[in-house]
Structures are given as C-alpha cells and as structure tokens.
Design a protein around this ligand. Structure first.
Ligand code: 0X9
Ligand code: ZN
Length: 427
C-alpha cells in the first residue's frame, strides 16, 4: 500500500472496520437484525452484504499518468507495489465503482471479488480447533502470542546458538522480540532480518519466524545452514509492529500501520533518510502517514538503535506482496552509489529464490516502482551503511495479503534462500 490513492489532494482513508449492517431476510424466516459484530467474527449465516458496499480488489491497466490518477481517485486502498504509467495497479474499490473503471477504459480485472468475505473465511478457518495443532506449526498463520512462544521454544531448544532478546517495546507495551542466532565466533557478520512492519502482511511474519526455525533446527543436518550460522550473528525480528499485527488479527484484517492514536503511523515512512519526502504523507488518516517527526515511534527507534549498536552490515526487510527484490534508493530515482553492487547481489538473491520453487521475483530499485520516503531500507543503507534489501514476498498479485496457508512453507524456502545468498554474496 504504497501511496495516496489519488495523486493530489486526498488522504487515504483507512480501511473500514468490518461492521456491517445486514439487510437480508432469508427464507422469509431469519430476519437479520443489524449486525455489529466486529471482524473477525463471521457474518451470521443467511446475512448478506448491503448491495454496493462490497469491497473489491481490482487490477487496472493505466496507459497514462492521468488514467492512474482517475483510478486512484476511486480507490479506498492501494495494494500495488507496481505503480506508474504502463504498469498494472492493484486497488480496492467499492463494487459499485467497477463499471466506472470499465467506462474509463482501464480494463479492471477482479483479483478478489469481496475482500471482507475472504478475511471472514480466513478468520473462520483460524478459529477451528484443529488449527492449533502444534505438529504443523507452519501449516497455518499464527498470531503474535504464538510467534513469541515459538521463538522462546527455539531459544530453549538450542541456547548455544539462539537467544531471545526484547530489543524494545511497542506503543501498547508488547515486546519487540529478536531471536539472535549464531554470533559465537569472533568476526561473525552482523545481519538483521525483520518482518511485518506492515501489520496485514502476515506472510512476512511467518517467513521470518520460519527462517529462524530452519537456521536453529537444521544446523546439524544442513551444511549451508551450519556454515551460515558459524559465520553470522543474525538478528531475526519477525514482528516489528506487534500492535498493528494483533489488531489485524482481532479487528481489521487490512490494517497496515502501527497503533499510534486512533490513526497509526506507517513505520516504513518514519525513518530519517528523506523523511517527509514524496511517497509519504503528513495526513494522519493516510496509509502512508509518516508520523510527527522521524523516529517518533518506539518501534522504529528500537530498530535504529539495534542497527547502530550491533553495526549491522546486511539487512532484509520482508514485506508482501509482489514477488520483488528491491534495493535503495526507495525515495529517489537517482542511482545509489553502490548500484552496481546492489544489482549484482540482488541478481544472486533473485536467482537463489528462483532455484527454490521456480518462482520469479523481479529485481528493481524501490523508486523504479514509486518513490517512498523515510523507509527502513534507505536508512539502513544511507545511515547504517548496510547492504539492505526490501523483499516483497508472494503472491505476485492474486489474493493479495490473504494467502492460503499452504503457501507459508514454499515462501519460507524462498525467504531462507534470500537470507543465505545475501550472506554468501559478502564473501
Ligand atoms: O510501500 C512500502 O512501504 C513497501 N511496499 S508495501 O506494499 N509492502 O507497503 C515498499 C517500500 C519500497 N518500495 C518502493 N520504494 N517502491
Ligand atoms: Zn509492506
């Protein structure tokens, strides 16, 4: 959800909490009274959405900048990483506005015909008792409590190579858990991997937890992992925005920001490199609200302080979606001084990802897609001197932020391949 829905004026209105009035009477018997249940409770059976209020994710094909602006004017939310003339753009609009997009020649393709129905179905699945089966932990998405417990179990299992550390705490007082892996040997390379700056990008939290799990458990059996752990001091923070993440589980599946006030701050616009620049907003209601000042949020402060204290040299910030390997700069199309290095290493990362499951991730500089000022990756590179990438995980488009749980393991293989390859590329 990268930028304002319409170019000039408006602020992106945060996705509506899923409170719906129900206007259906089914079989002439069941009158649906006003349904005010908070998401993720499923709608009462036999109730339907009020006509016209259904929120649809569409991909539109903008020929010219003006077309994109017209499409964005109708958007309630922008999901796309790809933006700009000639590129497909993923938007959320009300169903009633789809004909307007068609009339404008934007050829809207429906990606998700009812994003709230998809979220309700997911919540229903997650409420099933069999989901709690610990035997298949990565067979399902997990909330912040479960992820925290899992990280603690990994540290307890192999205290000689994994330690659980709280590197800060969130606005609502949740610990920012980091699993520190390796670092036993002098000269180990300090590396940071984090996920879920954006609350709704659940796959990023699962993939980072899974990468930590694989590194800790497979040390004895997988030579590449042993080699990595022996030469690296890796800090894995699967959920850097735990308040937003929990809110996306309890109240609004499509929440993006942290939980500052009632509006939230986009953590990935709150870092100090180019803070306040284009591709960020000063409006609190915007999905890309940058906060009052750079590092106004405890979550970004904790990441900054950790990176400085540990002299982090390598970094991956996992997001979703789009299947992209992005390198700095994110805020300006001007090439980074080390652009050649970024493209060489990024190419290796994309190839390593492809080797896992033949899934293509495209390599680009962030600003080639759209400008984003105040990002973590630009700060990690510009101020902390780290070789830093943003990786947008699966899917390429399709279902957007809500993925089938069967996608967790293969996407984890891709995340692990990226982490190992970035480290290997330093040699
Ligand atoms: O906008 C963001 O913060 C990131 N994309 S997301 O869809 N996960 O929100 C990407 C930031 C870097 N990318 C660009 N500069 N385009
Ligand atoms: Zn993101």
């Amino acid at each position: 959800m990268p930028r304002e829905p319409s170019s000039g004026s408006s602020n992106l209105v945060a996705p509506q909490p899923t409170r719906r009035r129900v206007a259906a009477v089914v079989l002439g018997v069941l009158a649906c009274a006003t349904w005010l249940s908070d998401f993720p409770q499923p709608a009462p059976l036999a109730c339907v959405e009020p006509p016209g209020d259904t929120r649809v994710a569409v991909r539109v094909h903008c020929g010219e900048a003006s077309d994109c602006a017209a499409a964005q004017a109708l958007a309630i939310d922008v999901w796309s990483e790809h933006q700009g003339p000639g590129l497909p753009l993923d938007l959320v609009v009300y169903e009633r506005d789809v004909p307007t997009l068609e009339a404008a020649g934007l050829r809207p393709e429906v990606l998700v015909s009812d994003i709230d129905a998809v979220a309700r179905a997911e919540a229903q699945r997650l409420a099933l008792p069999e989901i709690q089966k610990p035997s298949d932990w990565f067979g399902e998405f997990r909330d912040f409590g479960a992820i925290s417990t899992h990280l603690g179990q990994l540290a307890a299992l192999h205290p000689e190579r994994a330690t659980l550390v709280a590197v800060g705490s969130s606005i609502e007082g949740r610990p920012l858990w980091a699993l520190r892996i390796g670092g036993q040997h002098p000269g180990s390379t300090p590396m940071l991997v984090n996920g879920a700056q954006h609350a709704r990008e659940w796959i990023a939290a699962m993939v980072t937890t899974c990468v930590a799990d694989r590194l800790v458990r497979d040390y004895e059996t997988v030579p590449a992992i042993r080699e990595f752990v022996d030469r690296t001091e890796l800090w894995v923070i699967p959920v850097v925005n735990p308040d937003g993440y929990q809110y996306s589980w309890s109240s609004n599946r499509y929440w993006r920001k942290n939980r500052r006030g009632s509006h939230g701050v986009d953590l990935n616009r709150n870092f100090s490199v180019a803070w306040g620049g284009s591709g960020s907003s000063k409006e609190k209601r915007s999905e890309i609200y940058r906060g009052e000042y750079a590092f106004s949020e405890p979550e970004t402060i904790a990441l900054r302080d950790l990176a400085r204290r540990e002299h982090i040299a390598l970094h991956i910030d996992f997001h979703s979606y789009g299947q992209l390997v992005l390198y700095p700069w994110n805020h300006t199309p001007a090439p980074a001084k080390e652009r050649g290095r970024f493209t060489a290493v990024g190419d290796r990362i994309a190839s390593a990802i492809y080797a896992a499951h033949k899934t293509s991730y495209s390599l680009k500089s962030g600003a080639q897609l759209y400008p984003a000022a105040g990002t973590m990756s630009d700060w990690m590179y510009g101020e902390a001197d780290a070789l830093s990438f943003t990786i947008e995980l699966r899917p390429k488009g399709g279902s957007g932020f809500v993925l089938p749980p069967e996608q967790i393991r293969p996407t984890c293989d891709e995340g692990l391949a990226a982490v190992l390859e970035l480290r290997a590329a330093l040699d």
